[in-house]
Design a protein around this ligand. Structure first.
Ligand code: SF4
Length: 340
């Protein structure tokens, strides 16, 4: 792997050689690129670099791209290769010859913030991170072990692109070592990835951010989200009709689960119907007359966009609680796992 800045002066590194190899393997004459929001302002520069290493004409895709779960089939008729920047491959989806995932690695040494987190660490520590910091995983683990603590990592399930990686919908890299660790250390920025783990475990979770060198827990945010979820469930208890959303995105599609939910809801005397969609949005929800919705698509839509929806939007287990099939005590953070 040979990493270079994605644009001049950027701390995000990408393997342009791997992009060139993927393009040459497909004898690509047209390459489409998908960029995360933060890079879209620099699309021309990135496109020019991709054109220079591949020799192909480059098309920029402007559709939103939510993750490796979001395979851009709309581009396959227009390009010989699609390069999705910023995500690792989701192996559970299976090989897609026209896709190449170009992860963006952050060129920031995480050891200073791990050192700052040391006083909060004890016992056996499950280390988790995101795709942007995965190249530093070995040095994080060595750094902790050299200071007399035990550090463990796990591969997790086949939706994950690498060891110790968290997705906002898949925490198996942490949970599969849950019986062997006393606590978790998340190395990365933002709340999006660690908050799901904070909601899925009773163990202490320390979040260490290599960008701003902060060390914190997520207890306050976890409690606030729990209150929001319980409020959504309570509001949906009186619903007589449910729209059960099923995603057309390959890595978010839980068809069997959606169909089971429709059957379960109807069996309680309520109405339910499958609603296929590519994007779940407040507009979609407001256009239909269902009293409440269940999303079998990305679990984060119901949770992170709580305030944007005027009607209750539930995750599958929340819907089962709302219709009385499960007790409140069975609440858990929704994940999409490889075997679903
Ligand atoms: S389903 Fe949601 S959280 Fe999971 S990878 Fe896709 S966008 Fe991210």
């Amino acid at each position: 792997m040979s990493l270079n800045p994605v644009i001049d002066g950027s701390k995000f590194l990408v393997d342009f050689d791997a992009i060139a190899a993927a393009s040459h393997a497909r004898r690509a004459r047209k390459v489409a690129i998908q960029l995360p929001e933060g890079l879209r302002a620099f699309a021309a520069e990135v496109a020019s670099r991709v054109a220079s290493v591949t020799g192909a004409e480059v098309i920029v895709d402007s559709e939103p791209c939510f993750g490796a779960c979001d395979i851009p089939v709309h581009l396959f008729g227009h390009a010989d290769l699609v390069v999705q920047f910023g995500h690792t491959e989701m192996p559970s989806i299976g090989a897609i010859p026209k896709m190449h995932f170009a992860n963006l690695f952050l060129d920031i040494d995480p050891r200073p913030v791990v050192e700052k987190a040391l006083p909060a660490l004890s016992g056996s520590i499950g280390v988790v991170t995101t795709a942007q910091h995965m190249q530093h995983l070995d040095s994080i683990v060595s750094f902790i072990r050299e200071r007399g603590l035990n550090a463990l990592t796990s591969r997790g399930d086949s939706r994950l692109g690498g060891y110790a990686q968290l997705l906002g919908c898949d925490y198996t890299s942490a949970l599969w070592i849950g019986d062997r660790v006393d606590m978790y250390l998340y190395v990365g920025d933002g709340d999006f990835h660690p908050i799901g783990l904070a909601m899925l475990t009773d163990k202490k979770l320390v979040a260490a951010n290599p960008l701003d060198l902060t060390v914190r827990t997520l207890d306050t945010l976890r409690d606030r989200i729990m209150k929001q979820r319980l409020s959504s469930i309570e509001r949906a208890m009186n619903a007589r009709s449910f729209g059960v959303l099923i995603s057309s995105k390959l890595g978010q599609r839980r068809k069997a689960l959606a169909e089971t939910l429709v059957t379960e809801i109807i069996a309680t005397g309520r109405n339910a119907m499958l609603v296929h969609t590519n994007v779940v949005s407040p507009d979609l929800i407001s256009h239909y007359s269902f009293d409440a919705f269940v999303s079998t698509a990305c679990p984060r839509i119901a949770i992170d966009d709580f305030h944007r929806y005027s009607k209750p939007l539930l995750t599958p287990v929340e819907a089962e609680i709302a219709i009385g099939l499960k007790p409140f005590s069975s609440f858990c953070f929704d994940q999409i796992l490889a075997e679903q």
